[in-house]
Design a protein. Structure first.
Length: 256
């Protein structure tokens, strides 16, 4: 079941990025980032209400563990910038490259203690999920998910307001009420974060990365073909090479 959920996370991420990209095209990158986190936060508060869960704050836990969502803001910004320009599958492959480089750095330096191997795609995703994983281990998946969206919303809102005040970025505050589908990215993202916070302690980090990446890559190629018209044989071959490389690496790790 954990393997299925890990693969599902990859599919969720790719689908989420498509909706987020559509929202960004209409409202701009920074306002869309605020909306994505606000929609996610409201959605998760509703889930917590249904589940009769309450938000708690433990002073003995270091403050940085509450800030995974702050790093996640960069992930959303980078994704909405990239997906419409290079496609979902290529963005996934480059994200894997970022994950590998960052994981090697973290492991070499010994940062983030024992959670440094719990990594996924992309530099900021590595850092964000590692911090979220630390908090979830101490407080539970629901608390970890809430603080991810709460700190992400506050960070993205402050960033947008600062850019508006200094005049660096014009923010289009008009919202499209006719195409509500574009707002689904924030809702979908909630389930991705929640699932990750649940399965990270239960599954090998390498297998989690492999299954999630395969889910992202396959769904990314489908989306590229039918949404962005970026499908090509070379992409299929490139993706297959990466998947084979990951499988070989996992087999070598199991024999070691």
């Amino acid at each position: 079941m954990n393997f299925v959920l890990a693969t599902l996370c990859g599919i969720i991420v790719t689908t989420m990025n498509v909706f987020n990209g559509q929202l960004s095209d209409y409202t701009g990158v920074y306002l869309s980032t605020v909306i994505i986190h606000l929609v996610g936060l409201v959605t998760f508060l509703i889930i917590m209400k249904i589940k009769n869960k309450k938000v708690c704050f433990k002073k003995q836990i270091p403050l940085y563990m509450y800030c995974g969502g702050c790093i996640g803001v960069l992930t959303v910004i980078f994704n909405v910038f990239a997906i419409g320009k290079i496609g979902a599958s290529l963005m996934t492959a480059l994200g894997l490259l970022g994950q590998m480089m960052t994981s090697l750095l973290l492991e070499n330096k010994g940062w983030l203690a024992t959670s440094i191997r719990k990594l996924n795609t992309g530099v900021t995703i590595v850092l964000s999920r590692s911090v979220n994983g630390l908090l979830s281990k101490k407080m539970g998946a629901y608390q970890g998910t809430f603080y991810n969206y709460f700190t992400g919303f506050m960070t993205s809102l402050i960033l947008m307001l600062v850019l508006m005040i200094v005049g660096v970025q014009h923010i289009n505050i008009s919202l499209d009420k006719t195409n509500l589908m574009m707002y689904l990215g924030g809702i979908i993202g909630v389930f991705n974060i929640l699932i990750l916070n649940i399965i990270v302690p239960r599954i090998s980090p390498v297998i989690l990365t492999l299954l999630s990446f395969i889910g992202q890559l396959v769904s990314g190629m489908v989306i590229d073909a039918f949404v962005y018209q970026m499908f090509s044989v070379s992409k299929i071959l490139g993706c297959l090479i990466v998947i084979i490389g990951l499988v070989i690496y996992q087999l070598s790790e199991e024999k070691a």
